[in-house]
Design a protein around this ligand. Structure first.
Ligand SMILES: Cc1ncc(COP(=O)(O)O)c(C=O)c1O
Length: 424
């Protein structure tokens, strides 16, 4: 296979005709395939079906004398707080166990900052002229939607192989209007990047001008290895505390990719001082979360070790799917030098950078052939990828056979859009 950029116009035209014919025959099949969102597949959901019936006796609902069947304890069942503390490596007193989505906890914490202010705020953020927010890119579209929703000005910072560009971050935090930063420190969405120790240390020791700066640490994929052994991670709460930043850090995680997405349990881990301040504010909106579901999770997951064993079973299902995607890209795309992509060992995504100016067109072609992908630009604030290049591939949902079909279509779409861009 020849690199497209080295082909003559005539060679490109011949190649285009061949790829177009293959694409048209794929299109004629009337496919309906989806690689859009990081959803576990059916086989993964089957791994945790026991959860539905795990609470059997009355005692199963009770923990430390607290009855999960009734109102009370907005910050969660003690056993659930212990479980998440075990997984995250912090203390149970630092864990607020909430409802079925960590995104909701993130949104809510920011909404408290907006309406009431945080522990160290001079005033609620809604009373400020401008709030700015640091967004490593490419990043998680739903994070960006949250900060866009509050009208914050989002500032993109490029991701490097070791995490966000820290020189830029350290410069930006000198502005008191910069109030926070999104982070997915392990198997970042979508790049799969794991922040290096140095990056983590620089973040934990920052001295932002804003006294109420929020370092959001979305540890959504903290135990989600699929192609390697579990990689231990340090406790960000104690690291921040060490640098006098105990109240700056807000860590989040959930069981969305461990048990049932949308029916799991979420956690916010932060300083006890922050929790003492936030609990009564959260309590205005809700009396208590679904503690029965918390107890189901405690009984089923038990502890970190047992949860890691479950993650290995998820990995056995996920890994072949990721390898199917990577094999197709290695075979069909890499030799043409029309895209670069990461090789994640954990998380839920493959991030691909197509030739600048071709992402939107590639995804349009996919759509027309019945393959749904995350929209172009979604991985950037305001949905605008300045290069029109980044594409997020989510291989987890379809069975391998369907995935192979979908990725074959995707490869042809990448080729067609690259050839069109290079000129026919
Ligand atoms: C980085 C990240 N955070 C949070 C979530 C959503 O988690 P939850 O279901 O707990 O809201 C996702 C889901 O894809 C994610 O990728």
């Amino acid at each position: 296979m020849r690199k497209y950029a080295e082909m003559t116009r005539e060679e490109r035209q011949t190649e285009y005709a061949a790829v177009k014919a293959a694409y048209e025959s794929q299109r004629a099949k009337g496919l309906k395939l989806n690689m859009a969102r990081g959803k576990p597949g059916k086989e993964q959901l089957k791994l945790v079906m026991e959860m539905g019936t795990i609470l059997q006796t009355e005692e199963d609902y009770i923990d430390d004398g607290l009855d999960s069947r009734n109102y009370g304890t907005v910050d969660g069942m003690p056993a659930a707080r212990r479980l998440f503390a075990d997984i995250l490596g912090c203390r149970p007193e630092q864990c607020f166990v909430g409802g079925n989505a960590s995104l909701q906890l993130m949104f809510d914490t920011i909404s408290k900052a907006y309406v009431n202010g945080l522990l160290h705020s001079e005033k609620p953020w809604s009373k400020l002229e401008k709030v700015k927010w640091i967004c490593p890119v490419p990043g998680y579209d739903r994070h960006f939607k949250v900060t866009e929703n509050f009208g914050f000005e989002m500032i993109s910072v490029p991701m490097t192989a070791t995490g966000p560009d820290m020189d830029m971050v350290e410069e930006l935090i000198r502005d008191p209007a910069v109030k926070g930063m999104w982070n997915v420190p392990k198997y970042s969405n979508p790049t799969g990047i794991v922040y290096s120790d140095e990056t983590i240390q620089r973040l934990a020791s920052m001295k932002p001008a804003a006294p109420d700066f929020m370092l959001i640490w979305d540890n959504a994929y903290c135990i989600h290895e699929f192609a390697c052994e579990f990689q231990p991670f340090g406790d960000i709460l104690s690291l921040c505390e060490k640098y006098g930043n105990a109240d700056m850090i807000y860590e989040y995680a959930s069981t969305s990719k461990i048990t049932f997405p949308g029916a799991g349990v979420s956690v916010m881990a932060t300083s006890e001082a922050n929790l003492a301040y936030l609990n009564p504010l959260i309590n205005i909106r809700i009396i208590s979360y679904d503690k029965i579901n918390q107890m189901r999770h405690v009984k089923f997951l038990r502890d970190k070790e047992n949860t890691l064993a479950l993650m290995k079973r998820h990995a056995a299902i996920l890994n072949p799917k990721f390898q199917a995607v990577l094999n197709a890209l290695d075979r069909e795309i890499a030799p043409l030098e029309i895209a670069s992509y990461n090789r994640p060992v954990g998380g839920y995504f493959v991030s691909l950078d197509a030739m600048p100016g071709t992402a939107r067109r590639t995804l349009q072609l996919c759509r027309e052939a019945g393959v749904t992908m995350t929209g172009a630009g979604a991985t950037f604030p305001y949905g605008k990828d300045p290069q029109d290049s980044n594409i997020r591939i989510a291989p987890s949902l379809p069975p391998v056979e369907e995935l192979e079909q979908a990725i074959a279509v995707f490869c042809n779409c990448l080729k067609l859009s690259a050839l069109e861009k290079l000129g026919l």
